[in-house]
Design a protein around this ligand. Structure first.
Ligand code: ZN
Length: 317
């Protein structure tokens, strides 16, 4: 049996940055599986029974039921309540992160969150065993959750910092109404927030991802959503090369196409329900429909980041 570690690829980004579609595309690579926002299986899955991308509810999805049964053979007991409590309390607080450097903070998390990491180790080991895959893609997004997954025994952790233009993110979060199917015939509106909240979340999220992960250059890679949409084959090839993953099963990407099916993606953008061949198309609606003053407000608030991420070099909205 091979002693090679299972690769755990975590996509970190603010909401509405395109993590679900990037995860689905990466999940098509040979030996890979995209399982969605695993962070939310405790609340949205075990407690609220939301839909898996296979079309079944969490309690009816064979994949997830096997994963849970194998991971927690003696029953869940209070485990899911404890995990929800842990995330609700913001166990890893922003101010703690910002006052520590990445490596020293990682050591603290390993000690202070050892119980939660033990539970996550059992969960991800079970995902690996039930899926039979050696590369797990998790698109939970939240940087502090990603930190809990770093250096789990038996897993090689990699992080994709997915960056999207803050004007596009704000348009998606504040203007566009999107419905999330959570049960058969039941939808909720995906959290509409204010422009100020969207800007703040975008800034905090990207700052934390850089602070927590960028120092470890062997496991960190940043990718722009816009580059992924324009040249998916090249961008995905770069990701897989960087993380030592074979570049098989991605030929359709040369035509910007991929098969969005056969997955058990839990939580995330409704695009996960596609179950068909899909084309990757950059979402540019914000450029046409967004109020000019709003664009300027966002540009002023995020200008150092816009510059650093290459959005001010001939690429302004
Ligand atoms: Zn399923």
């Amino acid at each position: 049996m091979s002693n090679e570690k299972t690769k755990l690829i975590f996509i970190a980004c603010p909401s509405r940055s395109g993590s679900t579609i990037l995860g689905n595309v990466l999940g098509q690579a040979s030996g890979a599986v995209h399982v969605g926002e695993v962070m939310h299986i405790w609340d949205r899955g075990i407690h609220n029974n939301w839909l898996c991308s296979c079309g079944r509810s969490f309690s009816e999805c064979e994949f997830w039921q096997k994963v849970i049964a194998q991971a927690f053979r003696d029953g869940l007991g209070t485990i899911s309540d404890r995990m929800m409590e842990c995330f609700k309390k913001k166990l890893i607080r922003v101010r703690d992160i910002l006052s520590n450097s990445g490596p020293s903070f990682l050591g603290k998390v390993a000690v202070n969150c050892s119980n939660e990491r033990e539970i996550l180790l059992r969960l991800y080991t079970s995902i690996k065993d039930v899926s039979g895959k050696t590369i797990i893609i998790d698109s939970s997004g939240t940087p502090s959750y990603g930190l809990l997954l770093k250096n789990l025994d038996g897993f090689q952790f990699y992080i994709i910092h997915l960056i999207r233009d803050p004007r596009a993110v704000a348009f998606s979060r504040c203007v566009r109404k999107k419905k999330q199917p959570i049960g058969k015939g039941v939808h909720i509106e995906m959290g509409n927030i204010t422009f100020g909240e969207s800007i703040r979340d975008w800034l905090v999220s990207n700052s934390l991802i850089e602070k927590l992960f960028k120092w470890d250059v062997s496991s960190y890679l940043s990718v722009r959503y816009e580059d992924f949409c324009r040249s998916p084959f090249q961008v995905v090839s770069k990701i897989l090369n960087s993380f030592g993953v074979a570049r098989e099963g991605l030929e359709p990407l040369k035509n910007k196409r991929f098969l969005n099916m056969g997955n058990h993606v839990f939580s995330g953008n409704p695009v996960r329900f596609g179950n068909k061949e899909m084309k990757i198309v950059e979402d540019l609606e914000w450029k046409r429909k967004m109020n000019k003053l709003r664009k300027i407000q966002i540009e002023i608030s995020t200008i150092p980041f816009l510059w650093r991420y290459g959005y001010l070099r001939g690429n302004m909205g």
